[in-house]
Design a protein around this ligand. Structure first.
Ligand code: AHR
Length: 697
């Protein structure tokens, strides 16, 4: 299908040993200038296979504050007070109030703790209350309506409660005179941005909802939600008290969905045209323990009935972003779901043996599938309709677990078989994905994960060219990334990714699906005890206010939005190479022998054609620090027009990157190009990814 003849220059071949000695850089430069020009042969009349329509998708889980403090629109951190059993973390007291967690007066069995506020010292001039600063800030924008809600009950306190959005103007260690419209709390000066009042608080749990609308303000994230009392409620020696649960604040969301998603992140994803979404993990589907798995039945229905659980990535998830929210996310972006079901293994080596003990978990998976695709006459389809989505979703792929090769009990083969048989018996059309090697059944797909350095990604960039075909099992590269750069990958990462994507696209008869991981990272606090990042090198970064795509994001967007529907046969000559000296690996704390140096290509490419328009997409990746002339020869094509288009992502250095401060430093540029034809030579810039779009007549 694709053959590539790597050569090093004649000089390099003769003087290769010089690479080992000081001065190798000078040699490398000299060697490059004498290299014969690489030639790419595109055999336009030889279609090797169809490009898989599902090749480019997304993978997601709760990691790096992906939903909580990320995609999920909720702006209040620890809204259910369950993030820490001992303290109301991320909440502070306003004025001379006192707050504490209380398990004696729960809202319900799911949200079985509440925040108690003693209002006894409240007065008109010195309100007491509770305040929350969100996930590293609460973003407020001008002339915008925010939906606030909370459950409350009072004892000896009947209200009113004032709900405000306040902007933290400054902090002060001395007393500040109060200018009009500015309140002074000890230690800081805040300005009220929007406010509304709940006049009366019931003695029983009740939900209160309000709209807070901002005026002509500067956008900022240095804000808080404050709920405060100006009356003590105290009657003789009875203290006024008020209990809170599920204190929530939502901005406008994507497609205006209630309980919906953050628009800027959805927009970044929409622009990638992803074909599918693999969810809910990753490690998140497994949990650290069986009790902490993604127990989908506890993530549906009214959010106040969802208990939440601890993510294996070390923080609390309210599960406000639950199964239906994943599915609606798919619907909003026209992606098909790839549903990973819990398969009886959790990360701390807890597992359930195949057999009757596993039956209830298999049934949970069947119920989950029914929730997704059953009509309203089925039990779980009816539940979905009750939850607000009468129409069944489309589902073609179900994944059994995640990375089950880590299960040291070696029980996966048996567990997989039990899930596979039960699912196929009820839903014969569903494609079943295995996450570790199995022998007793033939999975429809095998999920392979690759986290690599740039060099390793490039060294493996022909890995699927020679993988035997013929078996039933296709490949789903369900997690992959070139892990260079943090918190988000830099240009070196994007170059490794592009080399790898050329490989997957060229082989997409076999690799029918792929998804980069992780997708998201909140970059607000990268290190320290309350770090927002658990995994470095993530595709998209954000803080409370803004977001950005990494160079890898742009590389992927280029690939997923520029390809044909058929793969063309290719060949090459004189592909330049570099020598990679892989580092020694450690196994069980012991350093292994250093692997032998390897010759790795430094130019990567693949070609596809759109059968309707005849447009040929030629992707070329130059990882070198110098521009690279390449001769491109088409055979078997109708004439190639002289004018075409090039989309180019490039950088001055492999370390160049995007960030929250410089979100668009590295972005693709589209330009018209001339001088194309059946045989032409083009210079590809240093550190560049180019997609040439060639019109054929
Ligand atoms: O993507 C981060 C983690 O890497 C995933 O949760 C897990 O599947 C893999 O080990």
């Amino acid at each position: 299908m694709h053959q590539t003849r790597f050569i090093r220059s004649q000089l390099a071949a003769r003087l290769g040993f010089l690479l080992m000695v000081p001065g190798a850089t000078a040699f490398a430069l000299f060697a490059q200038t004498t290299n014969p020009v690489p030639v790419l042969h595109i055999k336009a009349d030889q279609v090797t296979a169809r490009v898989s329509p599902t090749l480019y998708g997304l993978m997601t889980e709760e990691i790096n504050y992906s939903y909580e403090g990320g995609l999920y629109g909720e702006l209040i951190r620890n809204r259910t007070f369950k993030a820490n059993q001992a303290n109301p973390v991320f909440w502070s007291v306003v004025g001379k109030g006192a707050i504490s967690l209380d398990t004696n007066r729960p809202l319900n069995s799911a949200l079985n703790v509440s925040l108690r506020l003693d209002t006894g010292k409240a007065s008109e001039n010195a309100p007491v209350g509770i305040a929350n600063g969100g996930y590293w800030g609460i973003p407020l924008r001008p002339n915008t309506a925010y939906h606030a809600s909370f459950y409350a009950r009072g004892e000896h306190f009947k209200g009113p409660l004032t709900v405000s959005l306040v902007h933290v103007v400054d902090s002060n260690s001395v007393t500040v005179k109060t200018p009009p419209g500015v309140q002074v709390f000890p230690g800081e000066m805040t300005e009220t941005i929007a406010t509304a009042t709940v006049p009366k608080i019931s003695g029983r749990w009740q939900k209160y909802e309000l709209t807070l609308t901002t005026g002509d303000i500067e956008p900022s994230k240095e804000n808080r939600l404050v709920i405060s009392a100006t009356k003590p409620g105290t009657f003789f020696n009875k203290h006024g008290e008020v209990w809170f649960q599920q204190v929530s604040l939502f901005p406008p969301t994507y497609n205006n969905r209630p309980n919906g998603n953050r628009p800027d992140l959805m927009q970044l994803l929409a622009e990638m045209h992803p074909a599918f979404l693999r969810f809910p993990g990753g490690n998140y589907v497994e949990g650290n323990t069986i009790a902490e798995r993604f127990n989908w039945k506890e993530t549906i229905g009214d959010t106040s009935q969802r208990p939440g659980h601890r993510s294996p990535w070390g923080y609390w998830s309210t599960d406000g972003f639950g199964l239906l929210e994943y599915l609606e996310w798919c619907e909003d972006l026209h992606m098909q779901p790839v549903l990973a079901v819990y398969a009886g293994y959790s990360l701390r080596q807890q597992h359930i043996d195949p057999g009757t003990n596993l039956d209830s978990y298999v049934q949970d998976a069947l119920d989950e599938i029914e929730y997704v695709i059953g009509d309203a006459t089925t039990k779980w389809g009816a539940q979905r309709a009750k939850d607000g989505h009468p129409e069944p979703f489309i589902l073609n792929y179900v994944e059994i677990g995640n990375e089950d090769e880590f299960d040291r009990s070696r029980s996966y083969d048996g567990r997989f078989t039990q899930f596979f048989d039960a699912i196929k018996a009820k839903y014969s059309n569903l494609q079943i994905i295995a996450t570790a090697r199995v022998t007793s059944r033939e999975p429809d797909l095998m999920d392979e994960h690759y986290y690599r350095s740039q060099e390793e990604m490039e060294a493996q960039s022909h890995m699927y060219d020679t993988r035997p075909r013929g078996g039933k099992t296709k490949v789903f590269v369900g997690e992959w990334a070139t892990r260079v750069g943090s918190p988000t990958p830099n240009m070196a990462g994007a170059l490794g990714d592009a080399a790898w994507m050329c490989c997957m696209e060229r082989n997409s008869d076999l690799v029918i699906m792929s998804s980069y991981a992780p997708l998201f990272v909140n970059v607000s606090e990268l290190t320290g005890p309350d770090h927002s990042m658990q995994w470095r090198s993530d595709l998209i970064g954000y803080d409370a206010m803004t977001s950005y795509g990494s160079p890898s994001y742009y590389a992927q967007k280029m690939f997923s939005t520029h390809h044909g529907d058929v793969i063309l046969a290719t060949d090459s000559e004189n592909i330049p190479t570099y020598t990679w000296h892989p580092a020694a690996r450690r196994r069980n704390g012991v350093e292994q022998a250093r692997p032998a140096p390897r010759e790795v290509p430094s130019l990567f490419f693949d070609a596809t054609r759109d059968s309707q328009s005849g447009l040929i997409y030629l992707k070329v990746v130059n990882r070198l620090s110098t521009s690279q002339p390449v001769e491109i020869q088409f055979s078997g094509a109708p004439a190639v027009e002289a004018e075409g288009e090039a989309v180019v992502l490039k950088a001055n250095s492999p370390e160049d990157t995007n960030s929250i401060q410089e979100p668009t430093r590295i972005v693709p540029v589209t330009e018209t190009v001339d001088g194309l034809g059946a045989d032409f030579t083009r210079e590809f810039p240093p550190y560049s990814i180019t997609i040439l779009q060639l019109k054929t007549q």
